[in-house]
Design a protein around this ligand. Structure first.
Ligand code: GDD
Ligand code: MG
Length: 364
C-alpha cells in the first residue's frame, strides 16, 4: 500500500532540539522518530512511501536512502517552499494512482491502519480521518460527526466555545486519488482549513475512524518526554534497540560499563558508550550511542542523545541533553532543562529548572 508522510514542518515548538535537525529525525529511544513510524507502517503492509519534505531534507535522505535497509520503498519530493499539508500531497500526485494513506510526520501511534482501511472501503468514503479523544481539543483539528460516523464539521484549532467535541483529527487520513483534483497545483493549501471544508461543502463522503489506540503528537518538548516515559514504562509497547543486560536494562553493542556503576531500569544505553566508576543511572532514562559518562555522575530520568560527554560528578535530572554536548565536572542540570546540539557547559555550573540552551551556531 502507498502512503505520503508529511515531514516538511520546521518543528518550532521542539526548539532548541530542532534548531538543526528536522522534527522527524529527533531520536526516540536512540532511533529517529521517522524510523519508528516507518516500522509501524511496514507492519501494516504500507511499504511504498513518499516523503514530502521541505525543511532540512538532506539528513532524512542520507539516513534512510532508498528505504531498502528498512524494508520499504522510499521516494523523496522536496518542496521549494512550504505548500501546506494538502498542497504537499498534490505536489506528489504523480506517485498516487490508488487509495493511499497520508500521515502527519509527528504522530506516534498504535493505530490499526489495516482496520482503518477496511472501514474506509466499507463506508465508501472519499476520505477517512483517524480520530482520537483528547482533553484539550483547542490545539488540534476538531470534528463533529453524525451517528454513523460521517463528518458534519471540521474546525481547525477552535476556541473552547467553538469546539464541537473532544474528538480530534489524529493526523492520519485515507484518501481516494480523485480527491486530489480539488487541490489547486503549486499553491499553499491545507487539508484542515481548505480541503475538508471544501469537500463537506460539495457533499463528498468523509468519515471519521475513532479509536482509543495510543496516540501522541511529539510537537512539544513535554510530549517528547512523555513519549519516552510511556515507551520505557511500557504504556506503549515497542522493541528497544540492544540486548537485555539486567532487569529493565538494554545495552546496544559494545559498551564499557564499570562494574561499580549502578544501573536501574527502565534504561536503554546505545552502543560504544563508556560509563565510569561510581556512576548511577536511574530509569526511565536513555543514553545515546558513543556517550562518555564520567566518574560518580548521576543520570536520573534523563534523555541523552548521541556522542555526549559528561565530566566527573555531573548530575542530570529529568532533562533532555541533545547530541555532541560537553558538561564539565560537578555541573548540575535540573528538571525540565533542554540543551540543544553541541552545547558546552563548564565545570561547577548549575542550570536551574526549565533552562533552555540553544546550540552555539544558532545563537545570533
Ligand atoms: N511537506 C510539508 N509541507 N509538510 C508540512 C507542511 C508543508 O508545508 N506544513 C506542515 N507539514 C507537516 C509537519 O511536518 C507535520 O508533520 C504535519 O504536516 C502537521 O503539521 P503541524 O505543524 O505539526 O500541525 P499541528 O500539529 O499544529 O496540527 C495538525 O496535527 C494535529 C494532530 O497532531 C493538524 O492536522 C490538526 O488538525 C491535527 O489535529
Ligand atoms: Mg503536529
Amino acid at each position: 500500500m502507498k502512503a505520503v508522510i508529511l515531514v516538511g514542518g520546521e518543528g518550532t515548538r521542539l526548539r532548541p532540539l530542532t534548531c538543526n535537525i528536522p522534527k522527524s529525525m529527533v531520536p526516540i529511544i536512540n532511533r529517529p522518530f521517522l524510523e519508528h513510524m516507518i516500522n509501524h507502517l511496514k507492519s501494516h503492509g504500507i511499504d511504498d512511501i513518499t516523503l514530502a519534505l521541505c525543511h532540512l531534507p538532506d539528513q532524512i535522505q542520507s539516513y534512510f536512502g532508498d528505504g531498502s535497509d528498512f524494508g520499504v520503498k522510499l521516494t523523496y519530493v522536496i518542496e521549494d517552499y512550504p505548500m501546506g499539508t494538502a498542497g504537499a500531497v498534490k505536489n506528489v500526485e504523480q506517485h498516487l494512482d490508488e487509495t493511499f494513506f497520508v500521515f502527519n510526520g509527528d504522530i506516534f501511534t498504535d493505530l490499526d491502519f489495516s482496520a482503518m482501511m477496511r472501514s474506509h472501503r466499507q463506508m465508501g468514503a472519499k476520505v477517512t480521518i483517524a480520530l482520537t479523544p483528547v482533553e484539550d481539543p483547542t490545539i488540534y483539528g476538531v470534528v463533529e460527526t453524525d451517528a454513523g460516523g460521517r463528518l458534519l464539521r471540521f474546525v481547525e484549532k477552535p476556541s473552547r466555545d467553538e469546539a464541537p467535541s473532544n474528538m480530534i483529527n489524529a493526523g492520519t487520513y485515507i484518501v481516494e486519488p480523485d480527491v486530489l483534483s480539488h487541490i489547486p497545483p503549486r499553491c499553499f493549501f491545507t487539508f484542515e482549513r481548505e480541503l475538508f471544508p471544501l469537500l463537506l461543502n460539495i457533499g463528498d463522503p468523509i468519515y471519521g475512524y475513532p479509536s482509543n489506540a495510543y496516540w501522541i503528537d511529539i510537537g512539544t518538548t513535554e510530549k517528547y518526554q512523555k513519549l519516552h516515559h510511556d515507551l520505557l514504562t511500557r504504556r506503549v509497547s515497542r522493541g528497544f534497540p540492544g540486548q537485555r543486560a539486567g532487569e529493565g536494562i538494554w545495552v546496544e553493542g559494545d559498551c564499557d560499563i564499570h562494574p561499580s556503576a549502578q544501573l536501574k531500569g527502565p534504561t536503554v544505553i546505545g552502543g560504544n558508550c563508556v560509563i565510569d566508576s561510581g556512576v548511577q543511572v536511574k530509569g526511565p532514562s536513555v543514553i545515546g550511542q558513543g556517550c562518555h559518562i564520567g566518574k560518580d555522575s548521576l543520570i536520573e530520568g534523563a534523555i541523552v542523545w548521541h556522542n555526549t560527554r559528561l565530566g566527573q560528578g555531573v548530575a542530570l535530572r529529568n532533562c533532555i541533553i541533545a547530541e555532541g554536548i560537553f558538561i564539565g565536572d560537578r555541573s548540575r542540570v535540573a528538571e525540565g532543562c533542554i540543551l540543544g546540539n553541541n552545547v558546552v557547559i563548564g565545570c561547577d555550573q548549575s542550570l536551574t529548572q526549565g533552562t533552555r540552551v540553544w546550540p552555539p551556531e544558532n545563537r545570533r
